[in-house]
Design a protein around this ligand. Structure first.
Ligand code: NAP
Length: 482
């Protein structure tokens, strides 16, 4: 196969039943760093979504009947193509989403790792043999694909969030209709292009772009769709849960976060500052697992804040295509939210140490910010800021900081730094969240179960648990065995 260029990978049509399909109306896709229009993609609604669902359903039987080894082989080929096209995919991602190109390359590798992992897991969908009290009976447990899966993904990791859903679904023998975020559809369409070249049969992957409300309604109400897997905000997640009730669908929800990041007095401060930088400022703070609230023990508070501020001052802000640390936020609404959180904190008594406002580069850029003397009464600690703002709260004792960390309806990730082994075990168990970083600010990997509790959702992506979300368990009772 010839290597595709960046331009050849950019698709501006939807992918339905193995055909690249357009529509009369389109939606523009912009580069958030420059404001320029990159291209436009089809504005699809219910009717086209129904066609995609029907295509996925029609392809489902043959796909489910393929051997695990066949599916593994196809996924492996897709993985190889993604890796081979890392640079082109990363450029596309940075252009539509804004993140620095180095982070875009990491995202492509991260998403691809799920494809590789689930190519391997496809071969390990095992059942059980269960003996009964009666000698004449025995049970077997078999696992089968759920059926047609609808996947809805956000703009902040437009490639990896989709790969993380497609890979286990396909490995399990499900077919998929995916709807990427309207601001970042190109990464999803490029993944579909590579899947097509890898030889995935028509109808197995379908990508629809367009009206989120119309597409979402059809995906939720259509009885042929057996499962919805969603990554995005808690509010949209709740809507999808409600909309799916009438057809009683299987659901996986990867929703919003409000991660606490705790630095105890026995922490290695250098390590903690590096962890805070990694967790808070990756993707300009637009990650669901990023540290949203930093709690630092009073005895090391001033030292930590000073070191963090020094590091944040050195961050280079600019167009993600250049050699920078922080790109634009996704749009000016995101900038306005970060600005309003900073304003609210200052009005309630906090002090901005660096940054704090819209960046001179333009309306989509926000200055990397550190705020001190933050309290529980401020929006920065109560809501997901989703921007490069590090609010630092002072605390005195362990029980109090755990109470503050858990005082949120969210429960996705949490982090803490301590060199005390007993404390590490105690705090890790006490934090109400699905994932905990202990002496590290980077937690995600394809080998670990990713997901939240409370209003951060349910279901797990990645690891050997991840494929279960796409399988049904069927019990077979074998009688008359004597
Ligand atoms: P969002 O507004 O909820 O959008 C997510 C997806 O849902 C997009 O594709 C969006 O489409 C679609 N959508 C919006 N309204 C819909 C509707 N009525 N019916 C069906 N689909 C609809 O979230 P976002 O702003 O893109 O992403 C940021 C949020 O995602 C944050 O809260 C973040 O924490 C969360 N997130 C969670 C995880 C996790 O694993 N837990 C990972 C990443 C992000 P349009 O773009 O076309 O509107």
């Amino acid at each position: 196969m010839t290597h595709l260029s960046r331009a050849q990978l950019q698709q501006d049509l939807c992918y339905i039943n193995g055909q690249w399909t357009g529509a009369e109306q389109t939606i523009p896709v912009h580069n958030p760093a420059t404001g320029e229009q990159i291209t436009s993609v089809p504005l699809l609604k219910e009717v086209e979504t129904r066609l995609a669902i029907e295509a996925a359903h029609a392809a489902g039987e043959a796909w489910a009947a393929t051997s695990p080894k066949q599916r593994a082989g196809l996924l492996r080929r897709w993985f190889d193509l993604i890796i081979e096209h890392t640079e082109e995919l990363a450029q596309l991602l940075t252009e539509e989403m804004g993140k620095p190109i180095a982070e875009a390359r990491s995202e492509i590798a991260y998403g691809a790792a799920y494809v590789e992992w689930f190519a391997e897991e496809a071969k390990r969908i095992n059942g059980d043999l269960i003996p009964d009290g009666q000698a004449s009976r025995i049970f077997t447990v078999v696992k089968q694909p759920v059926g047609v899966v609808a996947a809805i993904t956000p703009w902040n990791f437009p490639s990896a969030m989709l790969a993380r859903k497609l890979a286990p679904a396909l490995a399990a023998g499900c077919t998929v209709v995916a709807k990427p975020a309207e601001q970042t559809p190109l990464s999803a369409l490029a993944l579909a292009k590579l899947a097509e070249i890898a030889g995935l049969p028509a109808g197995v992957i379908n990508i629809v772009t367009g009206d989120p409300v119309a597409i979402g309604r059809e995906l939720c109400s259509n009885a042929l769709v057996r499962k919805i897997t969603f990554t995005g905000s808690t509010n949209v997640g709740k809507l999808l849960i409600r909309q799916s009730a009438d057809t009683v669908k299987r659901l996986s929800m990867e929703l919003g976060g409000n991660a606490p990041f705790i630095v105890f007095d026995d922490a290695d401060l250098e390590l903690a500052v590096t962890g805070a930088m990694n967790s808070k400022f990756r993707n300009a703070g637009q990650t669901c697992v990023c540290a949203n609230r930093l709690y630092v023990h009073a005895s090391v508070y001033n030292q930590f804040v000073e070191k963090l501020t020094d590091r944040v001052r050195k961050l280079r802000v600019g167009n993600g295509a250049e050699d920078v640390d922080i790109g634009p936020l996704i749009d000016s609404r995101a900038v306005a939210k970060a600005a309003s959180h900073v304003r609210d904190a200052v009005a309630k008594g906090a002090t901005v140490l660096v940054g704090g406002g819209v960046h001179s580069l333009g309306e989509n850029f926000f200055e990397p910010t550190v705020i001190r003397d933050v309290t529980a009464q401020m929006l920065v600690t109560q809501e997901e800021t989703f921007g490069p703002v590090a609010p630092v709260v002072r605390f005195e004792d362990e029980a109090d900081v755990i109470r503050q960390a858990n005082a949120t309806e969210f429960g996705l990730a949490g982090y803490f730094y301590s060199s005390n082994h007993a404390r590490a075990w105690r705090v890790a168990r006490a934090l109400e969240c699905g994932m905990v970083g202990i002496n590290t600010g980077l937690i995600s990997s394809e080998v670990m179960p990713f997901g939240g509790i409370k209003q951060s959702g349910f279901g797990r992506e990645g690891s050997h648990y991840g494929i279960d979300d796409y399988l049904i368990i069927k019990s077979l009772c074998h009688g008359d065995l004597n």
